[in-house]
Every structure is written in structure tokens, then in C-alpha cells.
Design a protein around this ligand. Structure first.
Ligand code: ADP
Length: 482
């Protein structure tokens, strides 16, 4: 089965969040399951630099008249066949893939990402004489116009199915309506039954409306986004598409996240030989100037510092955490107010709290390896990967019961300890007192070192790889193609 995966990011070349991890791991898992996956990506510098064994590029003209070179080759770091849209004027910029250095969205993001969908539809229509997809699988708003462009292709001999995965419904790709007319879609598409959303142009809505099938990244989030609380105004449309909406839980790329083989942590360990974790904890405490101790848990945060992630709740429990002798290590970047608040805590308690503002992949691994508890108190969380990385590294996740966090973490309540299902700490109400109670439970379990070892050993043994999700996607593709 030929599958074209369309995304704006791909690990390890370009990553701002979980989307990149999924976009990098899923093609490998699908290939292992018997698919032939190619990826379509924008020509950001690290992606172009990784492209090898290139064919002669195809030259296209975008709907608004701009010349586009479509390069095809192999991504060296992933050993993956790829199409890359090479338009230096659109992608060769400083800043993140989406924002300039002042953190403002680029004003032509509609064109920059509409191209992804437009080229995907051209490939679906047979642009490459040597390879044609049977399924085009696009990810998040950046690639969401794929289904819309495909819906307006002339009838084809072999139908190509479109799948659209929502990684986060909150980021929708909304643009002023005047941009619609440069995108080359028929006027009919700008309507309630199309990509019009309260007078604006919504890429997300295009994905939800036109794709043959919608998936999202956990079963619970698939249900939540059909409610007005979490539907971001799109719950009505999602309810009408309930039969074409599936939640498939993300996996962990175990070639990247495996404490037994991880070369960026000071000492390797696993469920059978856990001793290395103690070394990792001491090394990090020493490196950060924290008191080197093992009698209380070290809490870790690796996260975007945004409202979504619920970290203001953590600010509310820090005093309690410190009073109990705990320590906290934070790595993140995002909203200025949250960054400042965490930095202030670290300045006030340098022996117990360390905060690094920034994005640092190896340091993230070191935090999971060193910490005893991974904090993910998100207000909402489509899937969440860091709680799963925590499990793999024996850092028990402490989470709000929402989205994919609810699907992956089972609280250390007595009945769950007794039946062997417990693997972390879960709080139900999104408030400081409920999170504080979960933190108290984590200290109680930590004090019982035999139980703690039992639970963390079980966490490290959990099967979290991509093979299960790949089988689910493959079954979906097969269903759509028949
Ligand atoms: P989201 O995609 O909403 O940010 P996920 O939990 O799905 O959340 O994925 C986040 C990914 O980004 C994880 O791989 C996590 O380790 C990584 N990450 C987040 N912040 C940082 C950071 N400051 N430095 C390094 N990695 C980070």
C-alpha cells in the first residue's frame, strides 16, 4: 500500500512538539508493517540539507502564480523517500516554522502551508509517473487543505483516500477571508459546508470537512472534541462526522526513547538493571547545583510553557512540594509570564529547583532519566508524549485525567496497586488542591521504596512502541481503499 504522509515537521530534522515525533516515527512503523510510505514536507533548511539521491525536480506554478520546485529524494537521517517543496522565499526564514523571531505568525502562513495540501493533491492525481499514493495522510492544520484540494480533483480512475489527523484542535490555521481567493479552490468551498468558519478561512475545518476519514491521537480526545467544552467551536461538525472519526493512541519511538540504549544520558538502565537511574539522578542534581539526595522524589517538566499545559497549577503546589523535601527540574519555553514565574521560583530555591528556558533535546532525555516523577498537569491533552517517555524512563507520570493522559496513566490508588494496573498519579479536577493531593500520593508511594520499585519497574516494561498504532492505521487505510 502506497501512503503519502504530509506534515510540516519531522523528527529529527525539524521539531517544535509532538507532531514531529509522530511524523518521524509513524512512516517507519508503517513501512515495517508492509506499507510503502513517502513523506511530503516544506523545504525548511534542515530538511533540504538531509535530502539525498535526488531525482530531477518537478516545476509547478502555485495557484497564486509563484514558481515551485518539487524535489524528490531520500531523507538520509530517516532513510525515507520524500518530496520536498523548495521555495526559498517561503521557507528559508529565521524563527520557528510558523513564527518570526518576535513570535508573531508569518503573515503569509496561508500560502506557506496551503502549498502542502495543494502539492499533496497533485501527487494524488498522478504528478509523479513513477509513484502514486493510494492513501494521502495529512497531519494538523498545516496540511489540512489536502482533503479540500483532493475533493475538487477531476474524477480519477483509481480513487485515492484521504485521512486527516488532528494532533491539537486548538491550533486551527485561521485566516482572513480575502486569502481564500488566492488558494485556487472553487468559490463553493468557502461556505458553511466547506472551510468557512465564522466568516474566516479555517484550514482545520477544511481537514475535518473534506477528509474521507479523521483520526485523532487518543480515544478519549476523540470523544472530548465532540463536546462543546473541548470542541473549539468545531464539535458540531465533528459530531456529524462521528462515524468517520477514530482515536488512535500515539506510540513511543523506541529507537529514540529507550533508557537501555540512550547515549545522551550518563548511565543506561532498564527494568532489569535499574541501578543506572540512581546515577542519572545524582549526576543531574550535581550538574544543576541541587542538593544531591535520594530520600525525596525529583519532579521533572519537559514542556511548552503554555496555558494548555496547566503549569500554573504547578506554581500553586510548589511550596507544598518543597515543604515535603521534593525537588523540581523544568525545561521549557513559551509564554513570557510562565517563564518568568518559574525562573523566579528557581532563584528563590536554587538548592531544590532548576529552570532552563529553551529547547534542548538531549537535556530532555536527561530529565526523564533522572527524575522520579514526570509532571503533565495539562488542561487538555490530545495524546501527550512526555508521560509515555516518563513511563519508559521509570519517571512515573503525574497527570490531569484528560485526553491521552487518561488513556495512558492509571493512578496509584490502592485497588490499582493491588491489581497491578497502577503506573502513575492522576488527578480529576483541574485545580491546585486536587493536583496537590496527587503530589502527596507520589510522596507517599516514594516513601514505600518496595512499592515504588514495583510500580516503576512495571512502567518501564510497558509496551508503548508504534507497532500497535501502525496496525490500526493500516487497517483503516485498507478499509478506506476497498
Ligand atoms: P505538544 O506536542 O503539545 O508540545 P507532546 O507531549 O505531544 O506535547 O510532545 C512534546 C514533545 O516535545 C516531546 O517530545 C517533548 O519531549 C518535546 N519537548 C517539549 N518541550 C521541549 C523542550 N523545551 N526541550 C526539548 N524537548 C521538548
Amino acid at each position: 500500500m502506497n501512503v503519502l504522509q504530509v506534515s510540516a515537521e519531522i523528527f529529527p530534522l525539524l521539531k517544535t512538539g509532538g507532531l514531529a515525533d509522530v511524523a518521524g516515527a509513524l512512516p517507519q512503523a508503517l513501512n515495517a508493517a508492509g506499507c510503502a510510505v513517502r513523506v511530503l514536507l516544506p523545504g525548511f533548511a534542515p530538511i533540504l540539507a538531509d535530502l539525498q539521491d535526488e531525482q530531477a525536480p518537478a516545476h509547478l506554478v502555485a495557484p497564486w502564480g509563484e514558481s515551485v520546485a518539487l524535489r524528490q529524494g531520500r531523507l538520509n537521517s530517516l532513510n525515507l523517500q520524500a518530496y520536498v517543496i523548495d521555495v526559498p522565499h517561503l521557507y528559508g526564514r529565521e524563527g520557528t516554522p510558523y513564527e518570526d523571531e518576535q513570535r508573531q505568525p508569518f503573515t503569509d502562513n496561508d500560502r506557506r502551508f496551503a502549498l502542502l495540501g495543494w502539492v499533496a493533491a497533485r501527487l494524488a492525481a498522478g504528478l509523479d509517473a513513477h509513484w502514486q499514493p493510494q492513501v494521502v495522510h495529512s497531519h494538523d492544520w498545516h496540511a489540512a487543505l489536502t482533503g479540500a484540494y483532493m475533493a475538487f480533483l477531476p474524477p480519477q480512475r483509481d480513487r485515492v483516500a484521504s485521512v486527516y489527523t488532528v494532533h491539537n484542535l486548538a491550533y486551527q490555521g485561521l485566516f482572513a477571508p480575502r486569502h481564500f481567493f488566492e488558494l485556487g479552490l472553487p468559490a463553493a468551498a468557502f461556505s458553511v459546508d466547506g472551510l468557512e468558519f465564522h466568516g474566516q478561512l479555517s484550514f482545520m475545518k477544511a481537514g475535518l470537512f473534506y477528509a474521507d476519514h479523521i483520526t485523532t491521537v487518543s480515544p478519549t480526545y476523540a470523544r472530548e472534541i465532540q463536546t462543546s467544552e473541548q470542541g473549539c467551536g468545531l464539535d458540531g461538525l465533528l459530531r456529524t462526522r462521528a462515524h468517520d472519526l477514530t482515536g488512535i493512541l500515539n506510540g513511543v519511538d523506541e529507537t529514540v526513547w529507550d533508557p537501555a540504549r540512550d547515549m545522551v544520558i550518563p548511565e543506561r538502565f532498564d527494568a532489569v538493571k535499574p541501578a543506572g537511574k540512581v546515577v542519572c539522578k545524582a549526576a543531574l542534581q550535581q550538574q544543576l547545583g541541587l542538593t544531591v539526595q535520594t530520600q525525596a522524589p525529583l519532579f521533572g517538566v519537559v514542556s511548552r510553557l503554555t496555558e494548555q499545559k496547566g503549569l500554573h497549577l504547578l506554581l500553586g503546589v510548589i511550596d507544598d512540594l518543597l515543604a515535603r523535601g521534593g525537588q523540581l527540574v523544568v525545561l521549557g519555553t513559551g509564554e513570557a509570564a510562565l517563564e518568568a514565574a518559574f525562573l523566579q521560583c528557581a532563584r528563590a530555591h536554587p538548592e531544590a529547583i532548576s529552570v532552563r528556558i529553551g529547547y534542548d533535546e538531549p537535556y530532555a532525555h536527561q530529565i526523564f532519566a533522572a527524575s522520579d516523577v514526570t509532571l503533565v498537569p495539562s488542561r487538555f491533552e490530545p495524546c501527550g508524549l512526555t508521560q509515555m517517555y516518563g513511563l519508559k524512563y521509570g519517571s512515573l507520570p503525574l497527570v490531569h485525567r484528560v485526553g491521552g493522559l487518561a488513556d495512558t496513566v492509571v493512578d496509584c490508588a490502592l485497588e490499582n496497586l493491588a491489581d497491578g494496573s497502577a503506573n502513575g498519579f492522576v488527578f480529576n479536577r483541574f485545580d491546585v488542591p486536587d493536583m496537590a493531593r496527587a503530589v502527596a500520593r507520589s510522596f507517599a508511594l516514594y516513601a514505600d521504596s518496595r512499592q515504588w520499585r514495583k510500580v516503576s519497574t512495571r512502567a518501564m516494561r510497558q509496551r508503548l512502541g508504534w507497532d500497535r498504532a501502525a496496525q490500526d492505521y493500516l487497517a483503516l487505510y485498507r478499509r478506506l481503499c476497498h
